[in-house]
Design a binder for this molecule. Sequence first.
Ligand code: CTP
Length: 412
Amino acid sequence: MLQGASILLIIGGGIAAYKTLELIRELKKRGCSVRVILTKAGHQFVTPLSIAALSGEKVFDDLFSLTDEVEMGHIQLSRSADLVVVAPATADLMAKMATGQASDLATTALLATDKRVLIAPAMNVRMWQHPATQRNLATLTGDGVAVVGPNAGDMACGEFGPGRMAEPLEIVAAIDALLAGPPAMPAAAALAGRHVLVTSGPTHEPIDPIRYLANRSSGKQGHAIAAAARRAGARVTLISGPVTIPDPAGVETIHVETAQQMLDAVERALPADIAIFAAAVADWRVAAASGEKIKKSGGRTPALALTENPDILATVARHATLRPALVVGFAAETEHLVEHARAKLAAKGCDLIVANDVSLTGSGITGGVMGADRNAVHLVSASGVTSWPTLGKDEVAARLVQHLAGLGAQWA
Ligand code: CTP
């Protein structure tokens, strides 16, 4: 609910800072009050005067200003807001946040806040893709920070790729979703003492030593769930197919390639209290993968005979002795979502299906929800259907973990 919400906006030092003026206008239009902290670097891109004119509030920019501290201390500044938004979240600001620095007013307020934090990263594509930034991002999402963007496109520096700050209206939508949802950080003890097993990513099924069958799963949703379960105090085992995202902090991550290896690792990791199967397991593997590279020979096209992979979710849900108390599956559907999810619930013997409405995200032959950052899901169980709005994958993860923790009576 944006009307009447109070936003603390921290403007970092990036070229995208100019877009925050539009963001302030859009938020004000929707009845929010906006207080702004402008970092030292942010001063290079926007002026306190234009911010004050648009926000109708004094701009805060110096940790050690006695007048500011008397009027409103930095702790109070960070707590009086309903939500803290960092835009643009530069690589530097993200690094400082991830390491808990408190070197200026912005970082001090971020460390002192007890409210949800949303970051809108913006930086050069190489800086965004650098393992250090991706590590910091994983730490931040693991800490419950929500993320909007960055988008891919032409960049001010002349390069192309992900790194452009989300558009003001996208940030407004993310703020709206966060204000509407439950607090992201489930009570730290909600899953304390529980063992949560999560599968994530694709599987790679070898054709020969250098080729394989795979799918486009990025692992973002499964990894976000593992991180959220960890935040809720669980011991988490994540069994991941090949992905390019980092292992979540504090989570035991086992890397596998094939469906069979994933099943073996899952069985070894049992017993668990909750098992969440977010991996996009290849349904088939090549019946007889070649030990040697298959060579072109006389224009003949090799025929690949396929055989079905074990269904990991169904195997665990039907485990005679070690079935976890809660078994959760995922389903990607483009039509008849609820009927298909109900059928899957019964066919696989699980307690809950998280159904992805992939038709809403423009799933074409080249992608769609796979690899994207947002997800529209419906929770389908024997007791009914709960639909959530389109949310960031970390928000889906936080809500799912909260939901499962709330089902505690079933597995206490
Ligand atoms: N799953 C699994 N092992 C497999 C196949 C799927 O554990 N060999 C799990 C997935 O992790 C997911 C759910 O089962 O939780 C998805 O089931 P699936 O039958 O593959 O459904 P869809 O991917 O939605 O595809 P389809 O509707 O075509 O069956």
